[in-house]
Write a protein that binds this ligand. Structure first.
Ligand SMILES: *Cc1c(COP(=O)(O)O)cnc(C)c1O
Length: 231
């Protein structure tokens, strides 16, 4: 089995190749190493190779791990977030990628406000129409954004989606393209307080396609850390 260092090197090469093919600078696309289910020692190994952005999907895991690791890590919260857990991650998270309801946005705004902060956040969009996935439907996005834009403690900076798993990563392309088109549509609405700077899309097996379609953040776990051991 390949080591984490070898995996990481392969991902970086694929990442750079995808950026070059898309005519994009590797500095404008950001790789998030999704370290969920892996211990701090594994994160440390990837950190030592130069990686600074890490992603976690559970509040407790992120709050337990972060203090054991260097302070210049940028933690991205990418998972379903219960409202009562917001207070645990609000100071730690550089960005919350998974705002999937107005109620969650309100709680994020409230907790950030208590700390005189404005939390950078992305709205999760459910493009696949899968019942198991969270997020705003494309049809519900405008109303959601208009309400969320009024919250003082949260700053909307873009959109995120979690695609279905396709055997052939090319099959994910139409979905990524739709998220990019949605970003343009939302920008054109010109809702005050809503910025459309970032698209968060693409995971281990389809991130090069996501980069080609305009991803600003790709979230890569398995391809770096290996298969997760879900106990
Ligand atoms: C786990 C996870 C990832 C990473 O998935 P891999 O297939 O392991 O790369 C990306 N995004 C979200 C929201 C996740 O929960």
């Amino acid at each position: 089995m390949a080591s984490i260092a070898e995996n990481y090197q392969t991902v970086i090469e694929d990442f750079q190749r995808a950026c070059a093919a898309a005519g994009r600078s590797p500095d404008e696309v950001r790789l998030i190493a999704v370290s969920k289910f892996f211990p701090p020692a594994a994160v440390r190994r990837v950190y030592d190779l130069g990686q600074r952005l890490f992603g976690e999907n559970r509040a407790q895991e992120m709050t337990a791990k972060a203090p054991e690791l260097p302070a210049d890590i940028q933690w991205h919260f990418i998972g379903r977030l219960q409202r009562n857990k917001v207070k645990y991650i609000i100071e730690r998270a550089a960005m919350i990628h998974s705002v999937d309801s107005l109620a969650l946005a309100e709680e994020i705004s409230r907790q950030a406000g208590l700390r005189d902060r404005r939390a950078p956040a992305l709205l999760e969009v459910n493009l696949g129409g899968e019942d198991t996935k969270a997020g705003f439907s494309p049809a519900g996005l405008r109303a959601g954004l208009e309400a969320i834009a009024r919250l003082p403690g949260l700053s909307v900076q873009g959109l995120m989606t979690i695609g279905p798993y396709y055997e052939n990563p090319e099959d994910a392309r139409p979905l990524f393209r739709r998220l990019r088109e949605l970003k343009e549509t939302v920008s054109a609405w010109g809702i005050q307080g809503v910025e459309m700077r970032y698209l968060s899309m693409g995971m281990s097996h389809d991130f090069p396609v996501a980069i080609a379609e305009g991803a600003d953040f790709v979230r890569v776990g398995t391809a770096i850390f290996g298969v997760r051991d879900r106990k």
